[in-house]
Design a protein around this ligand. Structure first.
Ligand SMILES: [Zn+2]
Length: 148
C-alpha cells in the first residue's frame, strides 16, 4: 500500500466519526436543483436533498465548472431554527456574487466576502437587510432559475 493510500483511509475514518444524522433513520433523496443565473446564463446551482423521514432539507453549492471542494461526508448540518438561503452581493461579479448560507429568522450573520472581509449582515424574517446584499430562500425557488 502506498503512503497516499494510507492517508486516504485515515481521512475517511476521521470523517466517518463526524457524520451528521438528521434523525434516527435518515432516508435522504435528491429533491431539486435551484439554478443561479447571471444575464440568463447559469453560473452555478444549489442541489437540494431531503430526508423522507424528518423532512429536513440539505443543500450543496455547485459552482459551474468547479468541482465540489467540500470535505463533508454525509449531509451538511442545519439547525431547526435555520433555513437555507443564498446571499447575493451587489458589489461582486460572477461566482463571487452569490453564496449558500444558513439563515436564522432574525439576527446577524457573519458573512465572508470574496476578498475575505468579515461583514455582519442583518437578518429580518429569513432575509438579509443591507444596502449591498440581498438574499432569497432556497425552498422558494425549487426547480427554478434565479437571476442574480
Ligand atoms: Zn432525517
Amino acid at each position: 500500500m502506498t503512503m497516499q493510500g494510507l492517508n486516504i483511509t485515515k481521512n475517511s475514518e476521521n470523517l466517518m466519526g463526524e457524520i451528521y444524522r438528521c434523525c434516527d433513520n435518515p432516508q435522504i433523496t435528491y429533491l431539486a436543483p435551484v439554478n443561479i443565473n447571471v444575464d440568463e446564463r447559469t453560473i452555478g446551482s444549489v442541489d437540494v436533498w431531503r430526508c423522507a423521514v424528518c423532512k429536513k432539507k440539505f443543500c450543496e453549492e455547485k459552482q459551474l465548472g468547479i468541482d465540489s471542494i467540500t470535505d463533508i461526508v454525509g449531509m451538511p448540518r442545519i439547525e431547526d431554527d435555520e433555513k437555507w438561503g443564498v446571499i447575493v452581493s451587489k458589489l461582486q461579479k460572477g461566482k463571487d456574487k452569490w453564496k449558500l448560507v444558513k439563515l436564522k429568522q432574525n439576527g446577524v450573520i457573519k458573512y465572508e466576502t470574496a476578498d475575505e472581509k468579515m461583514l455582519d449582515l442583518k437578518i429580518e424574517n429569513y432575509s438579509i437587510v443591507d444596502d449591498y446584499h440581498t438574499s432569497f430562500l432556497v425552498e422558494d425557488h425549487l426547480n427554478r432559475a434565479v437571476e442574480i
